[in-house]
Design a protein around this ligand. Structure first.
Ligand code: IDP
Ligand code: MG
Length: 143
């Protein structure tokens, strides 16, 4: 059970000024922010980040969405981080997300769903490395 995950406040949520509310929920749920930046993904960076979905029908739209404006990636630390963060954000489709979850509160639909969360410890490592250099954080994690 790992202690880190990669979260992103996606462009639609940043644009609608949900950033403060979402970060507040993350902190109240017991996560420590170990690194954070605001950045606008290039097409190739977004394609790389979501390469597991490249054969999916929604891939082109997903890349367009994720490059549409600034987003806020964060490396988060907490016990059982991947699972606990996915519990906090709720299901991919906000219609199916539990009451009080980030996506229930802030997502528009299954695509414009406000936030990203890693789905495994292995992917959390890779996704954190996608956004943050070692100097920016990795040695800050308690192991
Ligand atoms: P996740 O973000 O909950 O892990 P994934 O299945 O990994 O969900 O999908 C990645 C992202 O692709 C979603 O967060 C959402 O923005 C988008 N997406 C997923 N499924 C669909 C779909 O059926 N239609 C449109 N966009 C989708
Ligand atoms: Mg996923």
């Amino acid at each position: 059970m790992g202690n880190k995950t990669l979260a992103i406040i996606k462009p639609d949520a940043v644009q609608k000024d949900y950033t403060g509310s979402i970060i507040s929920m993350i902190i109240k749920a017991g996560f420590k922010i170990k690194a954070m930046k605001m950045t606008q993904l290039t097409k190739s960076s977004a394609e790389g980040f979501y390469s597991v979905h490249k054969e999916r029908s929604f891939f082109k739209d997903l890349v367009a969405y994720m490059t549409s404006g600034p987003c806020i990636p964060m490396a988060l630390e907490r016990e059982n981080a991947v699972e606990e963060y996915r519990k906090l954000i709720g299901a991919t489709d906000p219609k199916k997300a539990a009451e009080g979850t980030v996506r229930k509160l802030f997502a528009v639909d299954i695509q414009l769903n406000a936030v990203h969360g890693s789905d495994s410890d292995e992917n959390a490592e890779k996704e954190i490395a996608h956004f943050f250099s070692k100097d920016e954080l990795l040695n800050n994690f308690t192991e």
